[in-house]
Write a protein that binds this ligand. Structure first.
Ligand code: FAD
Length: 472
């Protein structure tokens, strides 16, 4: 029997296009698939309830795919270094391979771990995780990291050369159980009964589910992506974000599948969004503090409002009285996902009209999104709040009523998620407090007035921003 390589699965829960697995096979080593549950090693961003719920199912899907090939997932809980060291000793492994994750706390852990394993005489190597570019690969002409997306995108297009994706292995060798192994169900990833029950009408975690999502996007969404991606009532985006986060599909594989699909313009519009995801990783790699703090230090003195638990709760529960915001927050609660346009509007409302620091929103998204992703979540929140790289200026305050009129003109999205407003005529759904008293009789216990007057909230945000501008 050939020597063994431990292949450490993390956020790369797939068999296709898996560089670490391929590296083991190419080196003539027998790959032993290992998964270690170690939430305490994730820094301050310990995975939330929705992430755990997804991971539970994705691990089962990966295990089933491995079993279909003669192998299985060997599952552990505990200190990653201790587990890998003991698994390597009990199988006489000569190597440990994994794919990179690109999150600051995890990167630090991995560097220390590689040193420890190498000191034991093991080959310990990290491989590309299926990004189009490693986060350090693109740089400005001056050799600096990018702080603005468009030049990053232009550099990506100039240096475009994605790796061709590799196939899944046909067969993998079996291994006996290792000392200390546990099972996926024992990891405690499943949330309280019922919490996520409504999610799974919308999602199928795992590599096959990711493939089906990509197929249906190519058939139904790609042709109208650039115009339709902003319309939350229509399902024209790919909904691949959780599959991408958990590495059930890679950006390189998506790009290869799109090569002859749709028109050049639509394809480019879509790939540009994938490159935003790469930009998020680039920024987090070069500015690791930004998952915790404003990228722009001018905001250090910004007079954020102290978090009012009543207002925060109204935002979280979809009861602010602003229909587009509430529809988004309810979509999030029911499905673990929210349309990108509505994420922007909901985030803007929290950070501008309610003037709460973006971290309050980022933490809630982190706990409730199935696609919670440190690079993208940080980028999205800091972009909306005006505190980040290439951010929308703080003074550009989204008006959630105008946004609803423009992107949900018939109020279909609002009606889908707020049943209380279905009885209103379509256009009254954007701002029910402006509808006549008779119409308002139909909205049940939906808030009759918004939690904040939009004009006053905007004015207060702009006055607060003066404080920052004055200190320029
Ligand atoms: P598509 O439109 O089909 O795009 C394809 C892929 O490109 C996405 O799956 C995603 O990986 C990437 N992408 C698309 N838009 C963006 C973007 N604006 N920034 C970075 N990457 C993008 N995305 C996450 O994956 N995880 C998060 O935690 C997250 N938090 C966000 C928070 C806020 C406040 C905002 C404004 C955006 C956030 N996003 C996040 C980005 C974006 O909303 C989602 O990636 C997108 O809605 C996912 O749906 P989709 O797969 O159908 O996207």
């Amino acid at each position: 029997m050939s020597a063994v390589a431990l292949v450490w699965f993390r956020d790369d829960l797939r068999l296709r296009d898996h560089a670490a697995l391929q590296a083991a096979l190419k080196a003539g080593l027998a790959p032993l698939p290992v998964y270690i549950h170690a939430p305490h090693e994730e820094g301050t961003w310990v995975p939330g309830a929705a992430s755990n719920a997804w991971r539970h199912r994705a691990l089962h899907a990966l295990d089933a795919d491995l079993r279909a090939r003669g192998s299985r997932l060997h599952v552990f809980a505990g200190d990653s270094g201790d587990v890998l060291q003991s698994a390597a000793a009990s199988t006489a492994a000569s190597a440990v391979f994994w794919n990179r994750r690109h999150e600051p706390a995890v990167d630090q852990r991995d560097i220390a771990l590689r040193r420890r394993l190498r000191a034991l005489g093991l080959r310990a190597d990290a491989w590309s995780s299926g990004l189009l570019f490693e986060p350090w690969q693109l740089e400005t002409r001056g050799g600096d990291p990018f702080r603005v997306f468009t030049p990053f995108w232009n550099a990506a297009r100039r240096q475009w050369n994605p790796m061709p994706p590799s196939p899944a292995p046909q067969r993998l060798p079996p291994f006996e159980a290792l000392p200390g192994e546990t099972g996926i169900d024992a990891l405690g990833l499943r949330p309280a009964p019922g919490w996520d029950a409504s999610f799974w009408r919308h999602w199928t975690p795992g590599e096959a589910g990711a493939d089906r999502a990509l197929d249906s996007f190519i058939e139904e969404g790609l042709h109208d992506y650039s115009a339709g991606r902003d319309l939350p009532a229509r399902s024209l985006t790919s909904r691949l974000s959780p599959h991408l986060h958990f590495g059930e599909i890679t950006a390189t594989r998506i790009v290869a599948r799109l090569a002859d699909a749709g028109s050049v313009e639509e394809r480019r519009a879509y790939v540009r969004e994938l490159v935003w995801r790469e930009f998020g990783r680039h920024v987090l790699h070069h500015f690791p503090h930004t998952s915790e703090a404003d990228f722009n230090p001018r905001f250090n003195d910004f007079p954020w409002a102290p978090p009012d638990p009543r207002l925060l709760r109204a935002w979280q529960r979809g009861r602010t009285g602003i229909p587009l915001v509430d529809a988004g927050m309810r979509e999030l609660r029911a499905t673990g996902w929210m349309h990108n346009r509505v994420r922007m509007v909901a985030a803007s409302f929290l950070t501008k009209h309610l003037r709460m620091h973006w971290l309050h929103g980022a933490r809630w998204f982190w706990d409730t999104l199935v696609d919670a992703d440190l690079g993208n979540n940080t980028l999205g929140w800091q972009w909306v709040a005006g505190t980040g790289v290439d951010a929308a200026p703080y003074f550009r305050v989204f008006n959630p009523v105008l946004q609803a009129q423009r992107f949900d003109p018939q109020g279909d999205y609002i009606a889908r998620w707020i049943p209380e407003l279905r009885g209103l005529p379509p256009r009254a759904r954007h701002a029910p407090w402006l509808a006549g008293a008779a119409a308002r009789g139909h909205i049940g216990d939906y808030p009759a007035e918004p939690v904040v007057d939009l004009a006053k909230g905007r004015a207060a945000a702009l006055a607060a921003f003066e404080h920052v501008s004055a200190g320029r």
